[in-house]
Design a protein around this ligand. Structure first.
Ligand SMILES: Cc1cc2nc3c(=O)[nH]c(=O)nc-3n(C[C@H](O)[C@H](O)[C@H](O)COP(=O)(O)O)c2cc1C
Length: 170
């Protein structure tokens, strides 16, 4: 699974190239194939390729400033907690979906970077406002996407070591 090992957070993109809408929909399909608690499927997705909106989102927090370097993003959105059966596990549902997008993007040769929004209320409110997310729904993360300026960034940095693992008990 090279796309898992080689995935890196990419923060510089070639703005002369644009990921097609069809490919972005495919990334959303991969996202939605992620598991969810009780199969509650508590997620939706907003595709953003309007640079003006992206630049607004880049001002939400220090961590989102990198968005000004991309021309496409996907925002996984949580459905209203009142409408799902296990709201206490919704963050896990959304994390799994977010990670699927990062891995699938790497497979396609797209760069990606997860910008954290949830559970920081100030960030959620700002993104909800900019993207007109309402009725109890909320922005979970922002995933920057695009063609990386430097393709060499895809490489296995080997974060694993055997001391992270114990056998049978912790
Ligand atoms: C929950 C979460 C929030 C993150 N938020 C940001 C962010 O706001 N801005 C950013 O540039 N990177 C963000 N990242 C990416 C991390 O900085 C990155 O994964 C980490 O430095 C390891 O680098 P790698 O992804 O290349 O392995 C976030 C990652 C996670 C999982």
């Amino acid at each position: 699974m090279d796309e898992i090992l080689n995935r890196r957070s990419i923060r510089k993109y070639d703005l002369s190239k644009q990921i097609s809408y069809e490919n972005l929909l495919t990334l959303c399909k991969y996202a939605e194939s992620a598991p969810s608690a009780k199969n509650q499927r508590s997620r939706e997705y907003i595709i953003v390729d309007d640079k003006k909106i992206i630049d607004e989102l880049s001002l939400v927090a220090k961590g989102t400033m990198i968005l000004s370097e991309c021309n496409t993003l996907i925002v996984p959105v949580g459905k209203s907690p009142n409408t799902i059966s296990r709201p206490e596990m919704q963050a896990e549902d959304l994390s799994a979906a977010t990670e699927n997008i990062l891995i699938a993007a790497t497979k396609f040769g797209f760069g990606s970077c997860w910008c954290g929004i949830y559970p920081i209320e100030d960030r959620i409110n700002k993104v909800n406002e900019i993207l007109n997310i309402k009725d109890g729904k909320f922005a979970f993360s922002i995933i920057a996407l695009g063609y990386p300026l430097n393709k060499d960034e895809f490489k296995d940095k080997n974060k694993f070591s055997l001391d992270l693992v114990t056998h049978n008990r912790g």
